[in-house]
Design a protein around this ligand. Structure first.
Ligand SMILES: Cc1cc2nc3c(=O)[nH]c(=O)nc-3n(C[C@H](O)[C@H](O)[C@H](O)COP(=O)(O)OP(=O)(O)OC[C@H]3O[C@@H](n4cnc5c(N)ncnc54)[C@H](O)[C@@H]3O)c2cc1C
Length: 613
């Protein structure tokens, strides 16, 4: 029923709250029933018997055929002809019993019957990076008519982590980083339940929600990721049945409960939307404290965990705090012996230069043992050390979700760290009706092992998941004929915000630095987010095949520069580089091995020349 509406019309009709959605649905149903009853009364009281029969039939049809535009148009035409006196009641009856209409009617009713018999229910748990694309593709106009889709997420908006470090560095607002699920689901005519999934019955194929639990047990769900401030939870009294379920629930902060004081005193990176709020709050607290005291305390920011996220957070926090507080000091604690362990020497050296330029210090071989209100107690190179802090960020990487542990106990295949085990079709290796994508799963059987927990893989899994969920349901759950294997790329462009308007890019064993790298990152991130903004959602036309293209297919461009010119461009760090030209070189390198090899040899020669010089 949302078909053909302009997005702006949609937005003005979109309720912000699921309870309101269901109230609106109920009142629509109520309104329809009242209209039918009124028509029936008018017809019984006022009309003679023969015209009663005909009008009641056609009135009923016009209500029943909403959603079948062809039939609805014919009914309207017939009603108009009748009103104009062109068709008598008998003619109307006769016209509705022509062979053409009869067979159409039979087809329609047998199709409706078939649809009812084979009605399938797909439940999407979590509106993460992969599911956002599934929701968009399986909109009312494109999904099979017998497919009902329900989305469940504990939050009304999902965080796009790619823009979070930029938001911390105050380049974006918090809202810029959020993908609003309510209007997206509303546009797709997908039911959105804003609640937390606490359990799944794999035998009965039923999903249990936190609000259901609360009603039964009189308490709130105690999951760490539960958003206490979120008032959008529905009261769903009954568990939700499904035919197929897909999980894109992300991950949690690893080890937060294993280190004394970590949960109490640090700011964990997950849930990621809380990270932004907590950092803003801690900055505010410090400003107020400094105002109250005569002597101001400089920020001592310590980031625990030196993976890519920890490195990027050190840079963005340094950018944010040093622009507001004098003598800001940022320290990164690394359990290993070097940063960017799997990257090239050029990449490591470039990062080292940026850290030195900004005065960010790194403690390698650092094992954190306890955190108190103002100190981190650790062993650094085997020696006990107390590291003072004002702000401590827990960035130790991804850990499995509590729901994953629960489902593992119930027999759902999972790794020893409780990541759902899926095959290359993103289908559970133990329960074929369960699919999973993103951080929450491990893809088994890949020659190079499962990809790392990064949003880019969740994004790339989206289109494959769309094909496989619909393929699974289409083939009566029995074959992989209409499914596609997910082949994660072996390397990907890593883009790290430097916190000063520049970004650091890592790909092909090379490092790129500059404002143009930040502009390129911004254009990629904004392009992804724009796909889901209500104002950009297209008008839907019925019967359109669902879209399974990768989000950046339309960004594909080929460079006109030869490898030597391409290498020269990527080596530049000045502000005059046009990021579009540089991005075209990078994309051509990714698609064309020969071009890539030649460009790299020019870049390496240039670096060797600089080093000799
Ligand atoms: C600071 C930081 C920066 C990062 N930057 C990058 C980057 O630049 N590039 C990159 O590739 N990766 C980056 N990552 C990693 C990236 O965040 C994750 O890999 C990515 O978010 C995983 O996406 P996902 O779709 O699996 O899950 P998520 O995006 O985490 O989505 C999970 C969704 O499930 C919902 N949910 C969870 N549990 C339940 C439940 N029980 N019931 C209902 N709903 C539930 C959540 O509310 C959420 O909306 C970064 C991580 C951090 C911490």
């Amino acid at each position: 029923m949302f078909l053909k509406q302009r997005p702006s019309q949609l937005i003005s009709e979109i309720p912000s709250h699921p309870k309101r959605q269901s109230r609106r649905r109920k009142s629509r149903r109520h309104f329809n029933s009242v209209v039918i009853v009124l028509i029936a009364i008018v017809v019984i009281v006022i009309m003679p018997a023969s015209s009663f029969r005909n009008s009641a039939v056609s009135a009923f049809r016009s209500v029943a055929t909403v959603g079948s535009p062809k039939r609805h148009a014919r009914n309207v035409q017939q009603q108009q002809q009748q009103q104009n006196g062109c068709l008598t009641a008998q003619q109307l009856l006769a016209s509705t019993s022509t062979n053409e209409y009869e067979s159409d009617n039979k087809d329609e009713s047998s199709r409706e019957q078939q649809q009812q018999q084979q009605q399938q229910h797909l439940v999407l748990v979590g509106g993460g990076h992969a599911h956002a694309q599934v929701i968009k593709a399986l909109n009312a106009a494109s999904r099979p008519q017998n497919l009902k889709v329900t989305l469940i997420d504990q939050k009304a908006s999902a965080s796009y982590s790619g823009m979070v470090p930029g938001c911390i560095a105050e380049m974006y607002t918090h809202d810029d980083t959020l993908l609003h699920l309510t209007p997206l689901a509303e546009w797709a005519d997908i039911e959105f339940i804003s609640d937390q999934v606490v359990d799944i019955d794999l035998d009965e194929k039923k999903v249990y929600l936190s609000s259901h639990n609360n009603q039964e047990e009189g308490k709130k769900g105690n999951d760490d990721d539960y958003d206490e401030d979120d008032d959008t939870n529905n009261n769903t009294n009954n568990p939700i049945s499904f035919d197929c379920i897909s999980l894109d629930i992300g991950s949690t902060s690893r080890g937060l409960d294993d280190t004394p004081g970590a949960r109490e005193f640090t700011i964990p990176t997950r849930p990621i939307n809380k990270l932004v709020e907590r950092i803003a709050q801690s900055e505010q607290d410090m400003m107020e404290e400094n105002k109250r005291n005569e002597e101001t305390r400089p920020p001592r920011i310590v980031v625990i965990g030196a993976g890519v996220a920890g490195i990027e957070l050190s840079l963005s926090l340094n950018g944010r705090f040093s622009s507001k507080f004098e003598n800001t000091q940022v320290t990164l604690l690394d359990a290993g012996s070097e940063l960017l362990g799997g990257e090239s020497d050029i990449a490591k050296a470039t990062l080292q230069n940026i850290f030195s330029e900004k005065g960010i210090s790194v403690l390698h071989e650092c094992k954190v043992q306890e955190i108190t209100e103002d100190r981190i107690l650790a062993r650094v190179n085997g020696k006990s050390t107390a590291i003072p802090y004002t702000h401590c960020i827990w960035a130790t990487g991804a850990g499995a979700h509590s729901l994953a542990y629960r489902l593992q106990e119930k027999g759902l295949a999972a790794t020893k760290h409780a990541y759902f085990s899926v095959n290359e079709y993103l289908q559970s290796t133990s329960h074929p009706f369960v699919f999973a994508a993103g951080d929450c799963c491990n893809i088994e059987g890949l020659p190079n092992g499962p990809p790392p927990k990064a949003g880019v893989f969740a994004v790339r899994a989206g289109p494959v998941l769309i094909e496989n969920l619909t393929g699974y349901l289409r083939d009566s759950h029995s074959s992989t004929e209409h499914m596609k294997k997910f082949v994660p790329q072996s390397d990907f462009l890593k883009l790290l915000v430097c916190g000063d308007g520049r970004a650091l890019g890592l790909r092909f064993g090379q490092a790129f630095v500059g404002r143009w790298v930040m502009e390129m990152k911004d254009s990629i991130d904004q392009h992804f987010m724009n796909l889901f903004k209500p104002e950009n959602l297209p008008d839907l036309s019925e019967g359109e095949k669902f879209d399974t293209s990768q989000y950046d297919d339309k960004l594909a461009t080929k460079t006109n520069l030869n490898p030597e010119e391409g290498a020269a461009l990527l080596s530049r760090a000045d502000d005059d580089v046009d990021y579009k030209d540089a991005f075209a070189v990078i994309r051509t390198m990714a698609d064309d091995d020969e071009y890539c090899e030649k460009t790299l040899s020019f870049m390496k020669a240039k670096t060797a020349g600089v080093n000799r010089g």
